[in-house]
Structures are given as C-alpha cells and as structure tokens.
Write a protein that binds this ligand. Structure first.
Ligand code: NDP
Length: 331
C-alpha cells in the first residue's frame, strides 16, 4: 500500500517520504478488537498531522510512523458486528495517526469502536473537509451553547481565524446567528473573513494585551480559542460576566499565565476541549449535528483537495502558519 512513511535513523534524524509498504505492517499494529480494516479514500491535513510528519516527540512515540488523524473510506474487512464490508465510515481522533498508523495510507486497521458510519448527507470529501477540525469546532460551539452563550449574549471571538478549526468554527457560529469577531495574523485575509460573515476582523497584534492588568473591559460573550498563550490570557481578561471560552489549541504557545479574578469576579467558564478521546455518544451527536442542522453551506468553498504527492509541501505550509481553509488529501 502507498503511504507517507516517517522514519528515524540511528543518528536520530527524521525523514519522511511516500513509499510502498506491505499491508502486513497493519496486522501487528492493533491489539484491541473487534477491529475493522478500511480502504481509505480521503484524509485531511491538521496541525497535529504536520507535527507527526516531522516526528515531533509530543505526537510520535514510535518509529516508523504513518500520520493522518482523519479517514473517510470503506470497510473491507470487519470483525465488528456493527460494520460490514462496503460500509462507508469516518474514523477520526482516538489514537489514529498518533500511537497507531494513520490515514495517510491506502489502508488502516482500527478498533471498530473508533468508526462512525458516514452520514448520508455528507460525501467523503465533505467529511474530511470537516474531519477533526470540524469536529473540534462543533465541540467548541457546543461547549459555548452548553454554558449559556447564545447569539443574544453578545459577540464571540474566534482566534487563529484562518486555520482549519477556526475557519469551521466561524462558519458554524455565523450559520447559528452569532456575531463573530475574528482575530488573525494574516492581514491579507481580512476581506475574505468579512465576506464569510465575520462582523469585525482584528489583527493578532492589536488584540493581544501585554499589560499585567488582571481584568480589562468586558467585551465578549464567548470565544473559540485555537491559539492559547497570550491570546488566551487576553481572552480571559476581556470575556464578559458569565461568558465562556472554549479552549482547544496552542499554536501561539502552551503556557497560560492568569489570575483567578476572571473566574471569581466575572464567573467566566474556561471550557477545555479534547476531540481525540471524545466518548462515542457525544461523538455521534456531533457528527449528526454537522451532517444535519449544522451542515455548512460554505464547506466546499473552504476546501482544497490535493494528491498524496503534495503532502510534504502541505506540511511545510501548515507549520509556517500559512494554511488557509481545509486541505483534503485524496488517498
Ligand atoms: P491550523 O494550522 O490550520 O491553524 C492554526 C492557526 O493559528 C493559523 O492558521 C494561524 O491563524 C494561527 N497561528 C499560527 N501560528 C501562530 C502563532 N505563532 N501565534 C498565534 N497564532 C498563530 O491548525 P488547526 O486548525 O489544525 O489546529 C489549531 C489548533 O488546535 C492547534 O494547536 C491544534 O493542535 C489544536 N487542535 C486541538 C484539538 C483538540 O482536540 N483540542 C483538535 C484539533 C486541533 P491566523 O494566521 O489566522 O492567526
């Protein structure tokens, strides 16, 4: 099978290339059962995949490795009564592309419990345009709703606005009637964000507050934060009374320096988001939302489909923070 193969040599140097590997490498890789084998049709590119493609030790524990945390394809073998050969499925998160060989390969072998049926209203390309990014965005928006942030509460900030998770969070929030404020480092994308229904676009530098004041003017009802670090610190100090921040990312840093005042004096909620281990009932609910009432009208326009040959250059683009929209990979 053709796959994107990440290796480490004896000197500790990591290299990656498209190679042919026997499917027998999958046999020993999954110990949990019952398992299914999936012929992958499409995958996607997430920040985590790019880290895996460079052998980042926070993601890759064992070499050789195949990245790819998202897969859409058809079951070709099944030990799981819930799936028959020919079924169209989505596999995202869990340990796919992390401790397990991932979806940048023609086949994957995974526990059946990681897969959900592909909803009828989504094509495999649309499912991967959403992928972990769309799933996480929907989880974030669901977190805001669960904590009482409605379109009437006030505006919602989305940070890292042109990235995969953030782009989809913006689309979902606009669709659901929220007033969205986008924070981006890309001056060139301001007009595009406005065209997509964003009310106000702020540049990263003007938004981040470097002062040490524990609270700033309360301005926003909620936020979806994909950046972390100083961005999240600023959000904590500017979120209004009883607001909520769904924190899912760290492209701007993993550290967080704060006081307790936003929690004690404004009663705000910091809602942590983890998509990888999201329990199955919630996982199914999120996919049902994405395929039904939350189905995005602008998904196709956010999506660009690439052949596997372009994976290495796509990895460079996303690591440079220059990716716009969602990259789907035809496997
Ligand atoms: P992308 O690379 O597509 O988007 C990240 C965006 O962050 C960039 O487009 C850029 O947006 C902004 N950015 C990049 N570098 C910096 C920087 N140094 N400082 C501030 N902003 C920066 O990534 P994804 O959308 O795939 O993932 C976003 C984050 O969410 C990642 O940290 C990822 O690990 C995390 N994630 C977490 C999940 C979870 O379950 N918790 C699931 C999926 C992703 P702009 O130029 O517009 O500012």
């Amino acid at each position: 099978m053709r796959c994107f193969w990440v290796e480490k040599n004896e000197s500790g140097e990591v290299s990656a290339s498209l190679t042919e590997q026997p499917t027998s490498i999958l046999d020993a890789a999954v110990t949990a059962s019952p398992r299914i084998r999936v012929q992958v049709e499409y995958s996607s590119l997430n920040y985590k995949d790019a880290l895996a493609a460079t052998g980042h030790p926070g993601i890759v524990r064992k070499f050789p490795h195949i990245p790819g945390i998202d897969a859409a394809g058809r079951v070709i073998q099944s030990e799981d009564d819930s799936f028959q050969p020919g079924d169209a499925v989505i596999v995202t998160g869990n340990q796919l592309g992390v401790t397990h060989f991932g979806a940048w390969a023609e086949q994957i072998d995974v526990p059946g419990s990681w897969a959900v049926p592909l909803p009828d209203s989504l094509t495999p390309v649309q499912a991967m345009a959403l992928g972990t990014a769309g799933f996480t965005a929907a989880q974030c928006v669901g977190g805001l709703i669960d904590h009482g942030v409605t379109p009437e509460s006030g505006s919602v900030v989305v940070t890292g606005a042109t990235g995969g998770v953030a782009s989809l969070a913006i689309s979902l929030l606009v669709k659901l009637g929220y007033t969205v404020i986008a924070v981006t480092g890309k001056e060139s994308e301001h007009a595009n964000l406005k065209r997509r229904g964003v009310d106000t676009v702020l540049s990263r530098d003007e938004f981040v507050d470097e002062s040490k004041r524990p609270l700033l003017s309360a301005a926003y009802a909620g936020a979806v934060d994909t950046v972390g670090g100083k961005m999240l610190e600023t959000l904590l100090r500017t979120t209004s009374y009883r607001g909520c921040i769904a924190a899912c990312g760290l492209t701007g840093g993993h550290e967080l320096h704060t006081t307790v005042y936003p929690f004690l004096l404004r009663g705000i909620t910091l809602c942590g988001i983890d998509s990888a281990m999201c329990p199955m009932p919630e996982r199914q609910k999120i996919w049902q939302r994405l395929a039904g009432p939350w189905k995005l009208d602008d998904l196709d326009s956010l999506t660009h489909v690439h052949p596997m040959d372009e994976l290495a250059s796509l990895v460079e683009t996303i690591l440079a923070g220059e990716m716009v929209g969602r990259a789907v990979v035809e496997i």
